[in-house]
Design a binder for this molecule. Structure first.
Ligand SMILES: NC(=O)c1ccc[n+]([C@@H]2O[C@H](COP(=O)([O-])OP(=O)(O)OC[C@H]3O[C@@H](n4cnc5c(N)ncnc54)[C@H](OP(=O)(O)O)[C@@H]3O)[C@@H](O)[C@H]2O)c1
Length: 328
């Protein structure tokens, strides 16, 4: 380790949308990073990581598969912290249990078992989701949703919201295991993440955003009301709660909550040259706000909706995924 290193940390699911940006920020901050990916030999998944500033000197990539017991032992041993971001973000094609629930829940336990074996481990930061708090039958319009809320598992199952259920069960499993085994755990609950994509293939949520700019209604229709957050803020928030000794428990990470019609009107006014749908069908979903005062209390400020979409659009144009260059 060189003199300037802030320590060694592991990031699981290193080639993903969020993890890649988190690694970029960790390297810039001076950390040594051990990233785990399913297939470290896959150049398409790793090329963008090797281009990051500091990668050649302070990045190491190792194999880590959520479904292989002990798969993370080697990568995590010797690290001072773990950022566990790997989890399936997809719509199941046939079996949600096998495709989403098991990798999320058993995979989290697998990673935590490796953390338990490492005497140097200071803190584990788990990437959870605002979907672990906002899927509820009833909302009190006078109270914003904060970190004390949990989504209803029964409602997730009834509505077949398998991703949301996987995040609720994975986070609850992590809390139980860490309490029983004396592991210092902090969780970050981002809302819908917006921003530039470093990996060459767009992840599921980033391709939904591209679809929105191409006039596709279906992927955004069901959101109804949603919180949004800049990818850079999500990465910085992970690092802040890792570095702040006093940080504890869960941290919602979200800039603003808007209805999809409100979002469409902001975006169509700002980017008139794209065919953004100008009205979504009203779904009659309950109104809610997210209370982010806990992370703001650590001195954190969020970028605005306009800033996150400006950066996202700029990168979509630069990468040639959107074809016009006449944004407002
Ligand atoms: N995007 C959002 O709006 C959003 C919002 C809130 C929370 N999150 C959370 O942020 C985290 C990262 O998501 P993302 O948006 O960056 O999506 P992503 O790009 O699809 O990243 C998911 C990562 O998980 C890895 N993974 C999936 N199954 C795995 C397995 N069996 N073994 C090892 N790795 C596996 C994927 O690896 P492969 O590349 O090999 O598939 C990928 O690196 C997730 O925990 C997600 O729940 C995302």
């Amino acid at each position: 380790m060189d003199g300037e290193s802030k320590g060694i940390v592991c990031v699981t699911g290193a080639s993903g949308f969020l993890a890649s940006w988190l690694i970029k920020r960790l390297l810039l901050a001076g950390y040594h990073v051990v990233g785990t990916i399913r297939d470290p030999g896959n150049e398409k998944k790793t090329e963008h990581l090797w281009k990051l500033e500091g990668a050649k000197e302070r990045l190491q990539l190792m194999k880590g598969d959520l479904m292989e017991e002990g798969s993370f032992d080697e990568a995590i041993m010797g690290c001072h912290g773990v950022f566990h971001t790997a989890s399936p973000v997809l719509m199941p094609s046939h079996d949600p249990k096998v495709e989403i629930l098991e990798p999320a829940i058993k995979g989290t336990l697998n990673v935590l078992h490796s953390c338990k074996k490492n005497p140097l481990m200071r803190r584990v930061v788990l990437t959870s989701s605002s979907s672990t708090v906002r899927v509820r039958e009833h909302f009190n319009p006078n109270h914003s949703i904060d970190e004390s809320y949990w989504s209803s598992e029964e409602l997730c199952e009834r509505l077949q919201l398998w991703y949301c259920l996987s995040k609720v069960l994975a986070e609850k499993t992590a809390w139980k295991f860490c309490k029983e085994n004396g592991i210092d755990l902090v969780t970050v609950l981002p809302s819908f993440v917006i921003g530039p994509s470093l990996p060459p293939d767009l992840c599921s949520t980033a391709s939904d955003v591209l679809g929105l700019f191409k006039g596709q209604v279906d992927k955004f229709q069901w959101h109804g009301r949603m919180g949004y957050v800049h990818i850079d803020d999500v990465a910085l928030c992970h690092i802040l709660v890792f570095e702040t000794k006093a940080a504890t428990g869960r941290y919602l990470c979200s800039s603003s909550v808007v209805d999809n019609n409100e979002l469409a009107s902001i975006l169509s006014a700002r980017y008139p040259s794209f065919h953004i749908p100008n009205r979504f069908v009203e779904l009659g979903r309950p109104y809610y706000e997210l209370d982010t005062s806990k992370v703001r209390g650590l001195g954190f400020n969020f970028k605005t909706i306009e800033e996150m979409f400006d950066d996202c659009v700029a990168s979509l144009l630069e990468q040639g995924r959107l074809s016009t260059n006449t944004t407002a």
